[in-house]
Design a protein around this ligand. Structure first.
Ligand SMILES: N[C@@H](CCC(=O)N[C@@H](CS)C(=O)NCC(=O)O)C(=O)O
Length: 210
């Protein structure tokens, strides 16, 4: 399998974490977001939105959208499980993922930030915008992790929540967010980044990192 991504992209990072937790072998092809390589026609032929990541499973089968990739990985390689067995718990894990995947990350994405810039907003206003949505999401997620987390964000083993959480904390730190209020969330984050599979997914450890 080949992961089309970029070292600093949060959604590529979340996909690497899932692939690593599943113990899967994969190659990586980088698309430099700073240069706009994600809009190259050769890539948009694979991922029509021109966004990373995309998982090229085999010739003729390329999966876009990290949520679909993670769900596909879970269904195709169920062991180790990143979703609990209990149906109620599975839904809760997905809800916690969506706090980040639907309600935080999309608002801080590169193309959103670029659009804000082109509308005349300065860097400080843009960072403030990002921190606002991070605070909203992390406030709620901190409570959810308080209710459901044990060693990790949900229970005692890594789940999809950790795949979403770790890159979002990395991004929040880059936006200069104050994370001191999110005690449960940061405890789960600290446990997750110590896991070797998660640590190996860190942006700085990728071949395209500079
Ligand atoms: N919902 C998509 C979002 C993908 C996405 O926004 N990727 C970002 C990097 S984290 C990207 O490619 N940005 C390039 C751009 O905005 O032009 C997913 O989860 O895969």
């Amino acid at each position: 399998m080949t992961l089309h991504g970029y070292w600093r992209s949060g959604t590529s990072y979340r996909t690497r974490i899932a692939l690593n937790l599943k113990g899967l072998d994969y190659g990586q092809v980088t698309h430099d977001l700073r240069k706009g390589d994600q809009k190259d026609p050769a890539y948009t032929a694979l991922q029509p939105q021109g966004l990373v990541p995309a998982l090229e499973v085999r010739e003729g089968f390329v999966l876009p959208q990290s949520v679909a990739i993670l769900e596909w990985l879970e269904e195709t390689y169920p062991d180790p499980a990143l979703l609990p067995k209990d149906v109620d718990e599975r839904a809760l894990v997905r809800a916690m993922c969506a706090v980040i995947g639907s309600d935080v990350h999309p608002l801080n994405n590169l193309r959103v930030v670029k659009r804000l810039k082109s509308m005349g907003h300065g860097q400080e206003a843009i960072d403030d915008w990002a921190r606002h949505w991070i605070a909203e999401g992390f406030g709620a997620l901190n409570r959810m992790i308080g209710d459901h987390g044990l060693t990790y964000a949900f229970g005692t083993t890594p789940t999809l929540v950790d795949c979403y959480l770790v890159p979002q904390v990395y991004s929040a730190e880059r936006f200069g967010a104050d994370l001191s209020a999110y005690d449960k969330l940061m405890k789960a984050y600290t446990a997750a980044i110590r896991h070797p599979a998660v640590a190996a997914a860190h942006p700085d450890r990728q071949p395209d990192a500079d």
